[in-house]
Structure formats: C-alpha cells, structure tokens
Design a protein around this ligand. Sequence first.
Ligand SMILES: [Zn+2]
Ligand SMILES: [Zn+2]
Length: 156
Amino acid sequence: MSGFTFTPATKEQVPDPRRSRVQSTPGVDRFMNKIRISDSGCWDWTGTIQSAGYGMTTLHGRRMLSHRASLTIWAPGMSLDGLQVDHLCRNKTCVNPWHLEPVTQAENLRRQGEAVTHCPSGHEYTPENTYRSPKQPNCRRCRTCARERQLKGGRA
Ligand SMILES: [Zn+2]
Ligand SMILES: [Zn+2]
C-alpha cells in the first residue's frame, strides 16, 4: 500500500488551515479559501464540482481533483501515482486530508464491494451465506445461489 495514512481527526483536532504550518502560497491560499468546515469535520469544497460529484481545482498550474490537490498540499512528497484516493467519510466533496486515504485501485474496488450487502439475487451476504474462493479472497460468492445452481444442474 502507500505506507501513508493520516490519523483521523475529530472536528476539534482539525487544524485551522490558515494558521497551519503548511506553506502559504497564492495557490494554497486560493485552495483554502474554497473550503467550508462542516460540523462533521468535513472540509466541504465550495468551488467547481465536476460531473462525478468531486471538486475540481487548479494547483501549481495543474488541473486536478480537489481532494488530490489537498493531499498534495498537506502531504507534500507523498506520491499518488497509480493510486486512487478513498473518502473515508463517504463525502465526495470533502477535501479534509484526514478523511482521505490513498489506496490502490484493487483496494478501492474491494471497499466498494464490501459496501454491497446482498448478492445480485437479493440474498444477504451473512458470514454463513458467504463463500470466498482461496484464489479470489476479495470476491464474495453467495452460497444460496450456488446451491440453487447445483439443484438446477442436477435436474438437467
Ligand atoms: Zn470528510
Ligand atoms: Zn444469492
């Protein structure tokens, strides 16, 4: 993995970006002026929002997603190459670096998959009803569906 995670912060622990040790540049100041800190501690992006629902900004002359720009500012030196940024708070417009975690695409897909609670046929993925193949431990199979397939196969 990236080897880099922020410590989750409560609202009280969220630093005031304008009094932080992050070096103030015109680009960083412009960025910080476009956030609004919500009660949940999210830094809501008040600038441009692109079609997928994420904030967009220009930092150091480059057009980028606002939450990626946030990590560029708050975690200088961290490479985001080939990584996706997961919103731990599930708030797409949040740019709070403590709510963001760079993950591989595989990990991001796994997390999205874990958010699914039922199989395509509507059976719940309970521990009893879930089977994971040793070859694909990240992929869940529904035991009820597998049983139904077997029964159908037996009749044929
Ligand atoms: Zn957030
Ligand atoms: Zn099923």
